[in-house]
Design a protein around this ligand. Structure first.
Ligand code: ADP
Ligand code: MG
Length: 239
């Protein structure tokens, strides 16, 4: 049974089909790149998976159970954790407290949350700045913090939306190293990224969207050399 199954999901905004009958499944322990030109529906699909948007039709199953239409906080407790393209944290709380809030919201005890937060801060090289307010962090550090908060409780599936965008190469390397290690430990991921070298390096499998449709799904190498995928990206460059 797949960890996550997306079945014939569609979503329109007015007349625009942002997601057009999308279907694919992810097995537990897979690290899947979700790629595609700007506006192809990647963020919208993640919004549906994380419960931040409802779909018009179709269904989503987690471990064989329907999760379509559940609210984000319910899904988070089922282990569907989400990182946003634009960061969201509490700017006037310390980096450490930001992680604590997430941990406690996910049901960890104070002491478990503390332990996890300290370990994550160390894994992400943020220990030095853990006492600073999140609002004082650089954009990249803020992103790392939000990234970390997805892992306060090891999620059933981590949904990462452009984690590497506008991030300093050093921080990017910290993030991709973290993803690699967690993947090796069996963590399941969907990573949306425009950064093809990172996708090639990290993701054994990729799913490509264009205009709301899934246009390719397979090994990253196969997907990136697919004529339809190349044409979709060329269309973006020409637009
Ligand atoms: P991507 O993440 O692949 O760049 P998005 O999922 O953000 O693409 O957007 C897919 C399409 O849906 C785009 O044409 C975008 O303009 C449109 N869209 C996204 N969110 C909304 C919204 N809340 N209202 C109207 N249109 C939207
Ligand atoms: Mg997006």
């Amino acid at each position: 049974m797949p960890c996550l199954a997306i079945k014939n999901v569609s979503k329109a905004f007015g007349g625009l089909k942002a997601i057009d009958n999308a279907s694919f499944s992810i097995e537990a322990g897979e690290l899947v790149g979700l790629i595609g030109p700007n506006g192809s529906g990647k963020t919208t699909l993640l919004n549906i998976l994380s419960g931040h948007l409802s779909c018009d039709s179709g269904s989503v199953e987690l471990d064989g159970k329907p999760i379509t239409g559940l609210r984000p906080e319910v899904l988070a407790r089922h282990g569907v954790l989400r990182m946003f393209q634009l960061t969201r944290s509490f700017p006037r709380m310390s980096a450490f407290d930001n992680l604590m809030v997430t941990g406690c919201a996910l049901g960890l005890s104070q002491s478990d949350a503390e332990q996890r937060a300290l370990k994550l801060l160390e894994d992400l090289s943020l220990t030095r700045i853990m006492g600073l307010d999140a609002g004082q962090l650089s954009g990249g550090q803020m992103k790392l913090l939000e990234f970390g908060s997805c892992f306060m409780v090891p999620p059933r599936i981590a949904l990462l939306d452009e984690p590497f965008a506008a991030v300093h190469p050093t921080l990017k390397e910290i993030m991709s190293g973290f993803i690699r290690r967690r993947y090796a430990d069996g963590q399941t991921f969907i990573v949306v990224s425009h950064d093809m070298p990172v996708v090639v390096e990290l993701c054994p499998r990729s799913v490509c969207m264009n205009a709301g449709r899934i246009i390719a799904d397979g090994t990253t190498r196969t997907v990136l050399s697919d004529k339809v995928v190349i044409e979709a990206y060329l269309g973006e460059a020409a637009a």
